[in-house]
Design a protein around this ligand. Structure first.
Ligand code: ADP
Ligand code: MG
Length: 615
């Protein structure tokens, strides 16, 4: 939705909520008058990111599912965010610690076996989103169909796509994915500063993110991000859990580690102790099982000693990030703490020492990301005055060239939306096909990077090696999602290819999951899907009307303008059809036709924002 993303128009549509879809905890928030507020549900302000497949065949999320973690661990999943957009070989290490059973036949798409059915990670995440959506609808008293969802800065393309898929399966149109640290800075209203450099340190349950942001005259830019997708409170829990299991084996002469229910109960006990230790100098791990009791004193001194290696693992990414951002520590004006694990005093003091500044802790570190998502949602719905938010791509993107070497087109920490074009040629005489292999990562060799997608550009004229000219164009949209296009310059033959991540769901699979998840009559479903597609069409048509008055529009070439007219007419023709796929296809077509326009408009906004800058 290129045009829509940069439209800050004032037309009022239905409310857009902001969602923090966390590894451990998830929250939904909205903009109430002038401030963002978390929306409570029946279990409180947090929906625990645990999902269970009930005997009745329903997927439930939150507290009900957390109970089932103990009673039915075989039908229950936690930390599903770690599995989003990932392949079976990616998660081998994870599976050693997690009691998930991968369903047979899982190849490019993981399916978790939960009782008599298997589910993909996006389907499981969708259950969490549905709960958040229901909470918001009950609280606000209106249907909610659009959301902004936050993702860790480190999420790659496949993981971002999987998050969008989860939204669609839950009946939510995901208008924007926002990096969590960026959202946190928005929640603190740090954009109101005239200028400054801000570090956001986010230690949650499953991920660690550090970002350095720069503010200047209304422009909010992420200079650099770094982190570790496998570092957080879970690691502390696992550490304490191992110690407790060993203790118990010594005391009771029994190994509980194979008993799912017991392990989950013990996990809850150690988490409780850990969380208390942030506020009191000593506590106890209390656990009862099979009529026996385990009790262990835990003092903060020992706890600090135990977790020092974990806390230390956050420091190197911080230093790297500062260096990538090209700033000196002294230049960092503010430090923001995000994530429940930043309540730990040792974490706070480590951050303070490294950044030589007292961090912001005024907002609840577990809520700040959701609050920021609500601010972003309000910006998109036009409830907040114009504001431009720049993000960066967390990992480099490129394609495979001769000898398995990566040729990078877009470097990490590039501001998005971003595009890059490069020219390649054939390696063999008479070659008529070129395999384009899209990879993501920082290493030089393809084998050390992550494979995102492969596709063939076919029908090249057979020529001696080295004569064909193939243009490859990468475009990352405002959500950080990648599109790749390849063109044979000699024949002018063009093949626009949408990159489908290697580990992801196909459009058909998502459609099928949406159908399954609605659990309603087919007619209702059709009607609803068509309506949702029309809402999306309305948004882009409205954005188009505005765009037509912009300078950027008049700067377009005649054929670009007529291409837009054609696409818009086709969308209008399809608008009243009951075929949502047709409507969506026409929306995509209009999006594609307005790509250039969107870029021009974005450049104009940036130029205008920079105009007032003093040098
Ligand atoms: P995520 O974004 O990964 O879902 P959150 O920001 O919600 O994570 O943080 C959840 C983590 O914070 C969990 O590991 C939880 O145990 C931890 N946590 C919450 N409160 C405290 C506390 N008082 N002291 C230490 N850790 C805490
Ligand atoms: Mg978080």
């Amino acid at each position: 939705m290129q045009v829509f993303n940069i439209d800050f128009g004032e037309q009022k549509r239905s409310r857009i909520v902001g969602i923090d879809l966390g590894t451990t905890n998830s929250l939904v928030a909205y903009m109430d008058a002038a401030r963002p507020e978390v929306i409570p549900g029946p279990d409180g302000r947090i929906v625990t990111s645990v999902v269970s497949h009930t005997e009745a065949g329903e997927l439930v999320a939150g507290e009900a599912a957390r109970q089932m973690l103990v009673t039915r661990p075989d039908r229950t999943v936690y930390s599903v965010k770690r599995l989003m957009g990932r392949g079976v070989e990616d998660i081998g290490e994870e599976l050693k610690l997690f009691p998930f059973r991968i369903a047979e036949g899982s190849e490019s798409v993981i399916r978790l076996a939960l009782g008599e059915r298997a589910f993909t990670p996006p389907e499981i995440s969708a259950a969490i989103l549905r709960q958040l959506k229901a909470n918001a609808e009950a609280f606000l008293g209106e249907p909610i169909s659009q959301a902004v969802i936050t993702v860790p800065a480190y999420f790659n393309d496949a993981q971002r796509q999987a998050t969008k898929d989860a939204g669609r399966i839950a009946g939510l149109e995901v208008l924007r994915l926002v990096n969590e640290p960026t959202a946190a800075a928005l929640a603190y209203g740090l954009d109101k500063r005239q200028e400054g450099i801000i570090a956001v340190y986010d230690l949650g349950g499953g991920t660690f993110d550090i970002s350095i942001l720069k503010l200047r005259d209304g422009i909010f830019e992420v200079l650099a991000t770094n982190g570790d997708t496998h570092l957080g409170g879970d690691d502390i829990d696992n550490l304490l859990l191992r110690i407790a299991l060993e203790d118990i084996q010594t005391e009771w002469g029994e190994d509980l580690s194979g008993i799912g229910g017991a392990v989950q109960l013990l996990r809850r006990a150690v988490i409780e102790a850990k969380e208390q230790l942030s506020f009191v100098p000593e506590t106890q791990i209390r656990f009862e099982y099979g009529g026996r009791q385990y009790l262990r004193e835990l003092k903060r001194d020992l706890f600090d000693h135990l977790i020092t290696p974990i806390v230390d693992r956050t420091l190197e990414p911080c230093r790297q990030c500062i260096s990538d951002a090209g700033v000196a520590v002294e230049q960092i004006d503010e430090v923001v703490l995000v994530g429940g694990s930043t309540r730990i005093p040792l974490v706070r003091s480590a951050v303070e020492r490294l950044f030589r500044a007292r961090p912001h802790t005024e907002l609840n570190p577990e809520e700040v990301v959701a609050l920021g998502a609500a601010v972003q949602a309000a910006i998109l719905s036009g409830d907040v005055e114009d504001k431009l938010l720049l993000d960066v791509t967390p990992l480099s993107l490129g394609i495979e060239t001769m000898g398995g070497v990566v040729s990078k087109l877009i470097h990490r920490n590039s501001t998005i939306p971003a595009s890059a074009t490069e020219h390649f040629t054939t390696a063999v005489d008479g070659q008529t096909n070129v395999l384009i292999h899209v990879v993501q990562g920082e290493r030089e060799m393809v084998k050390d990077c992550r494979s995102l997608a492969r596709f063939d550009l076919k029908g090249i004229d057979p020529l001696p090696a080295g004569l064909a000219r193939i243009e490859v164009r990468f475009l990352i949209d405002a959500n950080g999602i990648l599109n790749v296009a390849a063109r044979d310059l000699r024949t002018g033959k063009q093949q626009e290819v949408e990159v489908k991540p290697s580990y992801g769901l196909t459009e058909d699979q998502v459609e099928m999951m949406i159908e399954e998840s609605y659990q309603m009559a087919e007619e209702d479903l059709k009607e609803r899907q068509a309506r949702e597609a029309r809402v999306e069409a309305d948004a882009i048509l409205a954005a188009m009307e505005k765009a037509r008055q912009s300078d950027a529009y008049f700067d377009l070439a005649d054929e670009e303008r007529s291409g837009i007219d054609r696409a818009q007419n086709e969308l209008l023709l399809a608008y009243h059809s009951d075929n949502h796929l047709l409507i969506r296809a026409k929306i995509e077509q209009l999006n594609a036709a307005t790509m250039k326009l969107a870029e021009n408009m974005m450049n104009t906004v940036v130029r205008q924002a920079l105009k007032g800058t003093k040098i």
